[in-house]
Ligand binder design. Structure first.
Ligand code: CP
Length: 310
C-alpha cells in the first residue's frame, strides 16, 4: 500500500485507512532504533528541509533523526538566522527553497494554514509540523501509535484531554484522529479555554476534571498555551494548578492503571505533578521515542515508499 497524497497538512483530510497505513509503517521503522547501526538506505538521494518559524525540541529533532536514519540529506533552517529576518515572505522563502529541489519541506509556523500556502505552490511534499492553533498532525499520529502500542487497540477506548483545549493544535489534531479510529474523547479545562461548540468536534466538554478522567483509559494533559492568549484567560497559574492540574490524588481517583500522556514541553507543578509525569503509568518519553518512528514512516510513505503486507 502507498500513501496517495503529496502532503500531510491535517488529520482532518486523512481517511482512517491512511492513518492505519502510517501507524503500520512506523511500526516497521521502530525496530531501526534498537540497531547498532541506525541507518537504512530508504531515502538515499532525497533531501528533507526542516523550516521552523517557532521553537521546537521534539518535533524538529525527531524529523532530523528520522530523515538521517533513512539516509536522507537533512537541512535545518532556523528562521532567526535566515533571510526571514530581512523581511522575506513565507512564499518567497518557499520558492527559494524549491529552487534547490528538496523532496520534503517540514514546516512549523505560527499562522494557521501556512503549510497549505506552500503545499499549493511547491512541488516538494509539505509536512505540517504545527501551524498556529490549527493542527499538529504528526503529534496526533505518534499519540495514537503510543496508545495502540501500550493497549493493543484503539477502538472503544476512552481518552480525557485536559487543559487549554481551545488554543491547542495538539488537541485539535488528536480529537479528529481519535474519533476517526473509534476512540471516545472527553475534554476538560477552565470554561475560558474550552471550545465554544464541543458538539461540533464530536466531544463532551466539562469544567470538572475529576468527572472527565473518572473512567478514562488515557489522560492527556496539555500545557497552557500562554503565547496564544492574553493574561485575562486565567486568574493565576496557582489556581489553575489547584483546579485542573493532574496530581497523585487525582490519578488515584481515576481508573486503576490509567495511562498518562503529554505532548511536551511539560510545566512541572502546573498542569502535571512531577510524581505523575515521572510515574509508572506515564507514556511521556514513549511519545518522544515514537515520534521518530512516526516521522520515519511518514517521510518514507510521502517520498513514494510502499508498505508490503506482513
Ligand atoms: N510536542 C511538540 O510539538 O514539542 P516541540 O514543540 O518540542 O516540538
Amino acid at each position: 500500500m502507498t500513501l496517495k497524497r503529496k502532503d500531510l497538512l491535517t488529520i482532518r483530510e486523512l481517511e482512517p485507512e491512511e492513518i492505519f497505513l502510517i501507524l503500520e509503517t512506523a511500526d516497521s521503522m521502530k525496530e531501526i532504533a534498537s540497531r547498532e547501526i541506525k541507518k537504512v538506505p530508504a531515502l538515499r538521494g532525497k533531501t528533507v528541509i526542516n523550516l521552523f518559524y517557532e521553537p521546537s525540541t521534539r518535533t524538529r529533532t525527531s524529523f532530523e533523526i528520522a530523515g538521517k536514519w533513512l539516509s536522507a540529506d537533512v537541512v535545518n533552517i532556523s528562521t532567526s538566522a535566515s533571510s526571514v529576518t530581512k523581511g522575506e515572505s513565507l512564499l518567497d522563502t518557499g520558492k527559494t527553497l524549491q529552487a534547490m529541489h528538496p523532496d520534503v519541506v517540514v514546516i512549523r509556523h505560527p499562522v494557521p494554514g501556512a503549510p497549505k500556502i506552500l503545499a499549493d505552490r511547491l512541488q516538494a511534499s509539505i509536512i505540517n509540523a504545527g501551524d498556529g492553533a490549527h493542527e499538529h498532525p504528526t503529534q496526533a499520529l505518534l499519540d495514537l501509535f503510543t496508545i495502540r502500542e501500550r493497549l493493543g487497540r484503539l477502538e472503544g477506548l476512552k481518552v480525557a484531554i485536559v487543559g487549554d483545549i481551545s488554543h491547542s493544535r495538539v488537541a485539535r489534531s488528536n480529537i479528529q484522529a481519535m474519533r476517526k479510529v473509534g476512540i471516545e474523547v472527553r475534554v476538560a479545562g477552565p470554561a475560558t479555554l474550552l471550545p465554544r461548540f464541543p458538539e461540533q468536534l464530536g466531544v463532551e466538554a466539562t469544567t470538572d476534571v475529576e468527572d472527565a478522567i473518572a473512567d478514562a483509559d488515557v489522560i492527556m494533559m496539555l500545557r497552557i498555551q500562554r503565547e496564544r492568549h492574553g493574561p485575562t484567560m486565567l486568574p493565576s497559574l496557582r489556581e489553575y494548578s489547584r483546579l485542573f492540574g493532574l496530581t497523585v490524588e487525582r490519578v488515584k481517583k481515576a481508573k486503576e492503571g490509567v495511562l498518562i500522556m503529554h505532548p511536551g514541553p511539560i510545566n512541572r507543578g502546573v498542569e502535571i505533578a512531577p510524581e505523575v509525569a515521572d510515574g509508572p503509568y506515564s507514556l511521556i518519553l514513549d511519545q518522544v521515542t515514537n515520534g521518530v518512528a512516526i516521522r520515519m514512516g511518514l517521510l518514507y510513505l510521502l517520498t513514494g515508499g510502499q508498505r508490503t503486507e506482513r
